[in-house]
Ligand binder design. Structure first.
Ligand code: URA
Length: 191
């Protein structure tokens, strides 16, 4: 599937019961050739209304963190603009956690988004992104701080911004994670 076909398939998807409560699907945003890909969890209320990932409070924190390392979801060249997608494209009712069957149904869309973007680095935010991409149920604290691989792309695990809003003491660790991702995404310096 190319981008238009993938987008249309997501818009029309009724593969799980999340379609019953959504206002709209939330596909993804950013440069389709971005060097960075950010993967979150699922749309919340604001995302369901606006049709864009991470536009609520956790999105503001994410944007601030990205800005601090020179990245943006707004218009920019591929090396400066991120592509942001969620593991699940429809809002779970009441912002409950996505269920395993819902994650499984939606996974192919994210897989194809990664294939099409071909990022140089993926940042997986929170446990559901990690479950989908790394097939791991280990806590974030055990997985962060090192470089994983997803389809041959380096992947960094970090805390979800919504978690950081509730646990300010872990913000410094998230900052370290972004700095690690920055280091990994940069081409090695020549001699
Ligand atoms: N949390 C996410 O993981 N994704 C969103 O789009 C919004 C909140």
């Amino acid at each position: 599937m190319d981008w238009p076909e993938l987008r249309d398939t997501v818009v029309a998807c009724t593969a799980c019961k999340l379609c019953e409560g959504r206002r709209q699907t939330v596909f993804g945003v950013g440069n389709e050739s971005a060097h960075w890909m950010i993967v979150g969890e699922a749309p919340g209320e604001q995302e369901d209304i606006q049709g864009e990932p991470f536009v609520g409070k956790s999105g503001q924190l994410l944007d601030n963190m990205l800005r601090a390392i020179g990245l943006t979801r707004g218009e920019a060249e591929p090396s400066k603009q991120v592509y942001i997608a969620n593991t699940v494209k429809c809002r779970p009712p009441g912002n409950r956690n996505p269920e395993p069957a819902e994650l499984a149904q939606c996974e192919a869309f994210l897989v194809r988004q990664v294939e099409l973007v071909k990022p140089k680095i993926i940042v997986a935010m929170g446990r559901f992104a990690v479950q989908s991409l790394l097939r791991s149920s280990e806590p974030i604290g055990r997985l962060r701080g090192r470089v994983h691989q997803y389809q041959g792309v380096p992947l960094i695990v970090t805390y979800h911004p919504a978690y950081l809003l509730r646990n300010l003491e872990d913000k410094a660790k998230a900052w370290e994670d972004l700095c690690l991702a920055l280091e990994v995404s940069r081409p090695a310096a020549g001699p």
